[in-house]
Design a protein around this ligand. Sequence first.
Ligand code: NI
Length: 177
Amino acid sequence: MSMMIRPIVLHPDARLKKKSVEVERITDAVIELTEDMMATMYDAPGIGLAAPQIGVLERIFVMDCAKKENEEPDPIVMINPLITACSEEKSIYEEGCLSIPEHFAEITRPELVQVEWVDLKGKQHSEEFSGLKSTCIQHEIDHLNGKLFIDYLGPMKRQLITRKMKKFKREKLRGVE
Ligand code: NI
């Protein structure tokens, strides 16, 4: 086993706008991919990472919402995740994204979600989530459908962030710090 930190795809990029495909079988390659995703997420650091963010268009994401100092790590891998129900009640979180570094916005989403997914052993799960985990799961599943958190913003705000990200990527290419 050799975990690899993979480069994170930055917005704007066509790969972040595509719908990812279902995973048919949990192969060694899938397991290795999730290990790399976990390592990449912790390295960033972030609380969630979806496969398209490292350029792999498969319905997989990893998350760990235990971010307080003394909290035990809580790594979760979800394969083919599906939201089967959500609450009328909403909650608002300030969201960010590893593909849109240094930009944040308050996004309103359902407070509770019921989620079905498959784990790395091929076992089917169904569980209800609330709070930060619920928001994180919804954000990551959006990635699998080619949607970013800035797509919830008005066009002016979204275009401003996209312009700044284009500039950021140009400067990164040139090696400007
Ligand atoms: Ni994201």
